[in-house]
Write a protein that binds this ligand. Structure first.
Ligand SMILES: NC(=O)c1ccc[n+]([C@@H]2O[C@H](COP(=O)([O-])OP(=O)(O)OC[C@H]3O[C@@H](n4cnc5c(N)ncnc54)[C@H](O)[C@@H]3O)[C@@H](O)[C@H]2O)c1
Length: 438
């Protein structure tokens, strides 16, 4: 496979300049200045085994595949709230102001959000002043396209990627307007309500041949029109919803139960969090979007149709409670009722005191770099190998989403090996027996 080199600068355009985005941008800048480590990022820290174990080849991923360097990343963002990245980061309260924000204050202050394509109908708890005006949604999309072209030109960038790190929009289902480009463009002209702002960003990116990753659960690129557009224009896309805290733990624990053929009676998950995301999700319509994204994975992993005795009657509940005192330091509780030999019940309790944006920021970095890699490798459409990063991975028609974190991890690394013409690692390890025989 021919992969174009990562020459020049990569522009990373973030939709939303809130907790996740500012933690990501401030984090990259601290890492670039040697002030902190990029913990949680595979592109920066992980190694990849190549060939047989006896070959002892395990380079870092970033030395194995041609990724953009951190020093070559230039950031831009859109947000309906006009705060620059420094003010937004201080308000988000994730990173320590003295340790990680003040030393890079001028850099963060220089990142000012572009006016957003925003409509309160889709995010009820927010009020935005820094918003684009236009006579219809098509005009807003055209303005977003212009933002992308201007950013590329004014910064002398070689390539762009867009990552949605903005609020979760209200629950929508795909309708007639999302089936073809013609219908979608007509719906934009007519200000059709089924066209959410996130879809305008996705459309604009694809029309500009820019890869688009969706970190929230809204539909956005997970629509027939976007999938077709991405295929036709040869642009990589993917989503949805960063897999960070509770769902990451679920996608680790559920495969373990299934691997051991242990049964599951119920899984009750509840969260308290007090950041702006928590406030947005306090609105039942935005919560519904999140709930759908969080609920799907257990069934997909456990396959109740194949194991009715073990997983035929799972009671699965997810709750999110907005609780301001916690800020971004969320607490996620899981009560898991499992059963074993002869049906005897057991319980597992998980209490994850996590930090949402600390878990999400390295995913934004990896996604930006891997989507750019995919584009340079000529891959287009849904990037299934990046399912590792998503709660509700997009998948090609006729397939199903892979949710098991370790299968996703193997898929990601094998895709990198495949891109670089290296052998797949199957963990069969026959060489061990061959050596033992000699
Ligand atoms: N942090 C995590 O662990 C995690 C995990 C999965 C998904 N997410 C999702 O990532 C997103 C960002 O999370 P956050 O904690 O940074 O939230 P946040 O509320 O701090 O930031 C979101 C920002 O998006 C802006 N915004 C809303 N609509 C917009 C639009 N149309 N255009 C541009 N900007 C817009 C808001 O004004 C806000 O500043 C949320 O949707 C959240 O559900 C976060």
């Amino acid at each position: 496979m021919e992969i174009a080199p990562a020459n020049g600068k990569l522009g990373v355009m973030l939709v939303g300049l809130g907790a996740v985005s500012t933690t990501f941008v401030a984090g990259v800048e601290n890492v670039r200045r040697g002030r902190a480590k990029p913990i949680g990022s595979l592109t920066q820290m992980a190694t990849i085994r190549l060939g047989k174990r006896t070959e002892k080849r395990a380079p870092k991923i970033k030395e194995f595949v041609p990724l953009a360097e951190l020093n070559d990343l230039i950031f831009a963002a859109w947000d309906p709230i006009p705060d620059d990245a420094y003010t937004a980061a201080v308000k988000a309260g994730v990173l320590d102001q003295h340790e990680h924000l003040d030393p890079i204050k001028p850099f963060l202050q220089s990142l000012k959000p572009l006016p957003a394509a925003f409509d309160q109908y889709y995010v009820k708890r927010l009020q935005g002043t820094n918003v684009k005006r236009g006579k219809n949604k098509r005009e807003l999309a055209e303005q977003l396209r212009e933002d992308m072209r201007n950013f590329k030109k004014s910064e002398g960038l070689d390539r762009l990627v867009v990552v949605w790190c903005a609020s979760t929009e209200v629950f929508l289902t795909p309708g007639p307007a999302h089936q073809s480009l013609e219908a979608f463009e007509k719906a934009m002209d007519q200000n059709d309500q089924s066209i959410a702002p996130s879809m305008l960003y996705a459309y604009a990116a694809l029309m500009e041949n820019v890869p688009f990753g969706n970190g929230a659960p809204n539909l956005t690129v997970d629509l027939p029109v976007m999938e077709r557009l991405a295929d036709e224009r040869r642009v990589p896309i993917g989503g949805k919803d960063f897999k960070t805290g509770q769902t990451m733990m679920k996608s680790v624990l559920a495969p373990a139960f299934k691997a051991r053929m242990l049964g599951l009676a119920g899984w009750y998950s509840t969260n308290i969090l007090g950041n702006r995301d928590g406030e947005v999700l306090d609105d039942p319509e935005s919560f519904k979007t999140k709930e759908e994204s969080k609920l799907g994975l257990l069934e997909a992993i456990l396959q109740p149709e194949l194991y009715p005795d073990l997983y035929g009657k799972v009671y699965h509940k997810v709750r999110i409670n907005y609780y301001p005192p916690r800020g971004d330091n969320k607490e996620g509780w899981d009560n898991i009722d499992i059963f074993g030999w002869l049906g005897y019940p057991m319980q597992i309790k998980v209490d994850f005191l996590c930090r949402d944006s600390i878990l999400a920021a390295p995913l934004v970095l990896d996604l930006a770099l891997f989507f750019d890699l995919a584009a340079r490798a000529g891959l287009s459409g849904i990037q299934e190998w990046l399912s590792f990063y998503f709660k509700s991975p997009q998948f090609a028609a006729g397939l199903y989403a892979e949710h098991d974190l370790f299968i996703q991890h193997t898929k990601l690394k094998n895709t990198l090996r495949w891109m670089m013409g290296e052998e797949q690692i199957t963990h069969l390890g026959v060489e061990y027996y061959e050596y033992a025989d000699r």
